[in-house]
Design a protein around this ligand. Structure first.
Ligand code: SME
Length: 137
């Protein structure tokens, strides 16, 4: 529907703004959950193209957040065994779930080209961003 494309345009603009505003936000995107198939699907994003447009719940950092409903900060992706590499330039990652009416409907996923850049300030900021985004749903 046109309402959906408007929302996706807003989400893409948010990705672009975040990517341009924070030096260490080098890939910014959304994944959305299909709770029937237990799969995450790639939504709007900016950064390198990724083959990982569908991720089963439980798989990778994103898939784990689909099940845990908790933020996941990865200071060094090379130290993770349940990790899906999108690009060899990625060194660290943060994933923050997106809740609408208490339901985990997806997540914002940010990759960085530097090791250990994400602080609690990033977590609080991205939780705030997601609370604002929840109003679009
Ligand atoms: N690294 C993620 C996969 C998505 S890409 O970062 C865009 C993961 O391990 O779930």
């Amino acid at each position: 529907s046109s309402a959906t494309s408007t929302r996706d345009e807003k989400l893409l603009a948010i990705c672009q703004l975040l990517n341009e505003s924070v030096d260490y936000y080098n890939w910014v995107g959304f994944y959305f959950a299909n709770h029937d198939t237990k799969t995450l699907h790639l939504g709007p994003y900016v950064g390198a193209e990724t083959d990982h447009t569908a991720i089963p719940f439980g798989k990778g950092i994103c898939g784990q957040v689909a099940e845990s409903n908790a933020n996941f900060v990865v200071p060094d992706v090379s130290a993770q065994d349940n990790y899906i590499a999108c690009s060899f330039t990625v060194k660290s990652e943060i994933v923050v779930p997106l809740f609408v009416n208490g339901v985990n409907i997806g997540q914002i996923d940010i990759d960085s080209h530097v090791i250990d850049p994400f602080t609690e300030a990033d977590e609080r900021f991205l939780e705030f961003v997601n609370k604002e985004i929840a109003k679009l749903f």
